[in-house]
Design a binder for this molecule. Sequence first.
Ligand code: GCU
Length: 597
Amino acid sequence: MKTPIKFILSFALLLLAAADIAAQELITNVYGRDVQSLNGKWDAIVDLYDQGRKNKIYLNRRPEGKTDFYEYSFDNGLRLDVPSDWNCQMPELKYYEGTVWYARRFDAPEQTGRRQFLYFGAVSYRCRVYLNGEEIGAHEGGFTPFEIEVTGRLRPEGNFLAVEVNNTRTTDAIPAMAFDWWNYGGITRDVMLVSVPDAFIRDYFIRLGKDSDDRIDADVQLAGAAAGTAVRIEIPELNVDRTVTAGATGTASASFRVRRLQRWSPADPKLYRVIVSTDRDRVEESIGFRNIRTEGEEIVLNGSPVFLKSISFHEEIPQRMGRAHSEADAVMLLSEAKALGCNMIRLAHYPQNEHIVRLAEKMGFLLWEEIPIWQGIDFANDPTREKAGRMIREMVTRDKNRCALTFWGVANETQPSGPRNAFLRHLIACCREIDDTRLIVAAFDLVRFDRQRQLFVMDDPFIGELDVVAINKYMGWYHPWPLTPDKAVWDVARGKPLIISEFGGEALYGQHGPADVASSWSEEYQEALYRDNLRMFENIPNLRGVSPWILFDFRSPFRFHPANQEGWNRKGLVSDQGYRKKAWYLMKAYYDKIKRR
Ligand code: GCU
């Protein structure tokens, strides 16, 4: 699919200008602010040949004189739900890759002494934003939020907001040209008008000290406030009520000891009410406090070794054949993970919406979050590396107060090379710039069977730069067994904790057949494959977690088989209609047997 190079080039230039601003302007805990939702039905125009910007349709002009006419109108035409992808909303858009214009009107009563920002939870994949006929910003990246300040640009009534959304795949994008999930396009997450005082609390990071079980560190960033402004931090249940003074750059920091802290864990997902306030602003949210670190080959949570009973899912509701976006969607996905007996979720392969992250924390799931560095990334391309750095900073900035997040993932299945190493080192540095309290992990598919040594081994020195090593390995699916599972011994990444971040195979729910024939696509084959892999995992001495691929069947243009796949990847433990396959019960029994927290 060739995208008019003009569009991409002009877009890239605009992004360089706007994107950095967007990334640094992220307001922390936007849901805890004074917000006006802009969700609902928006007017839309499908702009397959990218004519809209040239014809300035964002002006939304209407004919006045007798000779006026415009070959477009946002009124009385197509309407699309926001948030939602466009693919699931009408059959003609199921495979659509290109530009769709969204537009709506909204009122914004005059507010003195306050600042207003337009917040987008995510727009897939790139967009330009126009307000009342003016271009006000742009963003690239389908899975992280951005904000654009609109103070002084709003009218009390009838503001016209237009968003030009494009989901065409390009070689310099993240993800790039081909990936094993659906290329959903659209305004896929919440849109809000955020109102804050003109001197407000823009950001804060409040967490348990990395190597302390009773010291809380708090960093607060004000915007528009004078140096010397008093910043109050309260955690009533811990009798914390501290006031510190902001410096010249509006930053205020405090560290304080607490007594009888109930540390957050999957078994006890304790959250505390935290209030940050100044004379002009006040923000509150529930925050948990926990320690996570590695000790040799152990992953240690709150001082005790933990085994990760994990699962992955895409941000997709299979029954709706669309992106997940609401709290109700989050309940559906996470309830199934809880039923399976999991204590962790690898949110594949991109930052998922905040409803999922916040609910997972409340329900007691450790989380691994990543940006879609997924095969075929142009590691030698500097703008791509900067783009990835911005995306991962947006992810870490958004979720750094979520104690459930314990792993930042920097890559999925990359091949060793100098450019790859430099690229990933940049991503690790971007994470650590904002947050040095979490573990850095990456998933590799480089484990091979060494016939001479009769061992499974891996050669990628980059694993030395990670806290935890994760392996995707499809024994019995993409790789036939070279020996029986009980004899499959691994010698991989010793000295570090190892997680199996993906394993599994496909089965069409309700299809039964021989347990030793892969092409049966049967539940029996998938169940036997799981049994064999779980047996092999007993021979991985530094194994500290498993995460089957994947909880639900999911949509993918990779999957052509007319009877068994029909555009679905069938590795789900649960079918696209919500029915559990035989392997689900095997996995459940395995997790129930694991006694470690
Ligand atoms: C890869 C990849 C997944 C993909 C899976 C599969 O390991 O990480 O995104 O869906 O294999 O082939 O099903």
